[in-house]
Design a protein around this ligand. Structure first.
Ligand SMILES: *[C@@H]1O[C@H](CO)[C@@H](O)[C@H](O)[C@H]1NC(C)=O
Ligand SMILES: *[C@@H]1O[C@H](CO)[C@@H](O)[C@H](O)[C@H]1NC(C)=O
Ligand SMILES: *[C@@H]1O[C@H](CO)[C@@H](O)[C@H](O)[C@H]1NC(C)=O
Ligand SMILES: *[C@@H]1O[C@H](CO)[C@@H](O)[C@H](O)[C@H]1NC(C)=O
Ligand SMILES: *[C@@H]1O[C@H](CO)[C@@H](O)[C@H](O)[C@H]1NC(C)=O
Ligand SMILES: *[C@@H]1O[C@H](CO)[C@@H](O)[C@H](O)[C@H]1NC(C)=O
Ligand SMILES: *[C@@H]1O[C@H](CO)[C@@H](O)[C@H](O)[C@H]1NC(C)=O
Ligand SMILES: *[C@@H]1O[C@H](CO)[C@@H](O)[C@H](O)[C@H]1NC(C)=O
Length: 607
């Protein structure tokens, strides 16, 4: 194991032994635990593959003080077999996720108002069931069981929160935006506020919002949606205290994105935009073996291997782990997962979604400063408007393709756009970044949305993530709820600016079709896995399950979860529930009950 030799310095362990009790309570940025971060212990245990999912071990709190655990690890012989390693884990660790316990939802009501917006009786009953899932997905941190000196990988979280579900048993960053959309409809603003305040605490402490609330996520963030969470929360509640408390922290988060994620592109002139960019040269602790096999099995030199570790972690930072969006070479034949990922080039991609999000944040922060007027000089308002304008003009210059009438990711390696269909290409429309002479020309607008129209008519469970069936989970045939939301938002946003009646009607119809597909997918997935509604919808005979909300769907087969990727499909599921409730609320008077959950697409040719 050549590359890992440099882990084996005793420095790590002695340092850990000396400062054991402080190790997890310091304010350090970056992963610095001798158990849950890359080091000899993690390497040894993860390579024994004790569990199907590498994340399990790093979520296990210790059952003994850290120094004792490390001392016991030191006595393991170099030739100890996997059974002995399993025994060591059993003797020194508790079950994964033990520090997260169910929390009450004191503000919960059975019948939030928005249910009245849903006309179909069964869809309304189902919405109430989905609404009730917040009770199942709410957690708080409880470490009272930990012995003195015992440690866990969980970061400190003061207030209750909603989790996505499944292996995602703690707080996640961009998921939470879509969860909050649902919580606000469900009349649970206190829970939304708790989640936002938990995030603000983390940003205050670490300087940025980590991917999730675990020490092993401290090397990276995720799509920066916190400002937009505050925006939708504030719009609904007008909670000025929260806005005042949040604003300096949101400024700080914005600075982090500018400082750590700016890329300069020489394209005749120099342009600055943002990219995902995680500093990292080791396997991700929660996907340790996966990354190790991918990188060490490659023919790259040492520098190339370090770069690949960074591109893997950066792919996770993008929220799209993984997709052909980040690949130099699209898989053509029957390549294995690791072989596909060896061509990652994530840091050289300038993504449409990230830049659209940061543009929205800049506009929102300017508005927030206007509202709060904390800085009487008004400098911040001007500043954010200025950076927003610059970003908008750079997006239009580099990411907009006038020939295709389409936004694309920009490839900094080739210096040109990457002509790949993905729903994230529509994110700039949600952000209201409209090219000159676009909104006033209905035929241009409809050409831009015609691919979405075609896919919405062709596929039964939403718009696919790409057109490439790569076996990666952010590709065909998977549809993801957040991306359906982005498409619906972009249709609404464009339509708000359109005057022409025919175009308006066509976009209205497209919005409704997208909404119907989202509802069909989530409903049928739930129904086919045994979902029923007391007094309204009988259980399916012979099916003793109780219905699952999947994190992703297969666009070619209704009622079926998406697949691929590095872990088993998860259910719960925070963003699916949030987007479902949001969709049902907005289109509730027109959506139809999905009568045929067995629909499939037979002809898979795209266009
Ligand atoms: C332990 O398990 C791993 C993963 O299955 C395997 O590669 C390795 O050979 C095993 N080691 C021993 C000593 O059996
Ligand atoms: C952000 O950049 C600073 C300065 O380069 C660096 O010290 C810090 O570790 C970076 N933060 C993250 C999370 O990568
Ligand atoms: C974060 O990056 C640093 C620098 O590459 C590395 O030493 C550390 O192990 C990384 N942590 C994780 C959790 O990957
Ligand atoms: C970017 O451009 C390079 C050079 O043309 C090419 O090899 C690669 O496939 C492109 N895409 C990505 C995501 O790197
Ligand atoms: C593709 O790979 C899988 C797993 O490696 C194997 O089972 C299957 O037979 C392969 N199919 C073809 C067409 O080569
Ligand atoms: C107002 O903004 C300026 C420029 O950003 C800054 O120097 C100053 O400290 C701010 N004042 C307050 C009260 O935040
Ligand atoms: C995608 O490709 C896999 C093989 O890699 C195949 O089993 C599957 O049927 C394909 N899915 C679709 C929808 O074409
Ligand atoms: C549900 O049915 C399956 C087989 O149909 C059976 O294995 C399982 O034990 C049943 N579960 C319950 C809780 O009854």
């Amino acid at each position: 194991m050549p590359v890992l030799q440099h882990f084996l310095s005793v420095k790590w362990l002695t340092a850990a032994l000396l400062f054991s009790s402080e190790i997890l309570s310091t304010n350090a940025v970056g992963c610095d635990s001798p158990i849950y971060c890359p080091g000899p212990l993690l390497d040894r245990i993860q390579k024994a593959k004790l569990y199907p999912d590498s994340k399990t071990f790093v979520d296990q709190p210790t059952s003994k003080p850290l120094d004792q655990v490390l001392a016991a690890f030191n006595t393991l012989s170099a030739t100890a077999n996997n059974d002995t390693i399993a025994q060591f884990v059993k003797e020194n660790f508790l079950e994964a996720g033990k520090e997260l316990v169910p929390a009450d939802l004191p503000e919960y009501k059975d019948q939030p108002e928005f249910l009245n917006n849903i006309k179909d009786e069964i869809l309304r009953g189902w919405a109430q069931v989905v609404h009730s899932y917040w009770k199942k997905l709410t957690r708080r941190m409880d470490e009272s069981f930990l012995c003195a000196g015992c440690v866990t990988s969980l970061l400190d979280i003061k207030r209750p929160f909603v989790i996505p579900g499944g292996r995602f048993r703690e707080i996640y960053y961009w998921d939470t935006y879509f969860v909050i959309e649902g919580l606000l409809l469900s009349e649970l603003p206190g829970t939304a506020k708790n989640m936002i305040e938990n995030f603000l605490d983390l940003v205050d402490k670490y300087g940025f919002m980590p991917n999730g609330a675990r020490i092993y996520y401290l090397n990276r963030s995720q799509p920066p949606m916190l400002t937009q969470m505050v925006k939708i929360y504030y719009e609904k509640t007008k909670d000025m205290d929260l806005l005042r408390r949040a604003l300096p922290t949101l400024d700080k988060e914005y600075d982090f994105w500018v400082k750590n994620h700016t890329i300069e592109i020489d394209h005749g002139k120099k342009y600055k935009l943002s990219h995902y960019n995680t500093i990292n040269d080791q396997p991700r602790p929660e996907s340790y073996m996966e990354d190790y096999v991918t990188v060490e099995g490659s023919t790259l030199d040492e520098e190339g291997k370090k770069g690949l570790y960074a591109d893997l972690a950066t792919g996770a930072e993008s929220g799209w782990d993984y997709s052909v969006r980040w690949l130099k070479v699209y898989p053509t034949k029957n390549e294995s997962g690791p072989a596909i990922l060896r061509t990652l080039n994530t840091r050289q991609v300038v993504p449409t979604d990230l830049n659209a999000i940061l543009y929205m944040n800049e506009k929102t922060l300017a508005e927030f400063h206007q509202t709060v007027q904390a800085n009487q000089t008004g400098d911040k308002i001007q500043y954010y408007n200025k950076v927003a304008n610059t970003r908008k003009s750079n997006i239009l210059k580099l990411l907009w393709d006038e020939q295709d009438l389409h936004y694309y990711d920009f490839n900094a390696t080739s210096g040109s756009v990457q002509k790949l269909f993905t729903p994230s290409n529509y994110w700039p429309f949600w952000a209201e970044i409209f090219p000159n002479g676009f909104i006033t020309r209905p035929n241009k607008v409809m050409k831009t949305f015609s691919i979405v129209e075609q896919f919405a008519n062709k596929f039964v469970a939403g718009i696919p993530t790409t057109e490439i069936n790569s076996t990666l989970q952010w590709d065909f045939p998977n549809a993801w709820p957040p991306l359906q939301y982005v498409l619906m938002k972009s249709v609404i946003s464009v339509n708000n600016h359109i005057k022409d009646t025919n175009t308006k009607q066509r976009l209205d119809k497209l919005g409704l079709t997208l909404a119907q597909r989202m509802v069909d997918a989530a409903y049928c997935g739930w129904r086919m896995t045994g979902g029923s509604i007391p007094g309204l919808l009988e259980p399916i005979p012979g099916n003793n399950d109780t219905g699952h909300m999947f994190e992703k769907f297969d666009v070619t087969r209704l009622g079926v979860a998406g697949g691929g990727g590095e872990y088993e499909v998860q259910d719960g599921f925070g963003w699916t529930n949030g987007v479902t409730l949001w969709t049902l609320n907005l289109w509730g008077d027109k959506l139809k009950y999905p009568t045929d959950c067995n629909r499939k697409v037979h002809n898979l040719k795209f266009r």
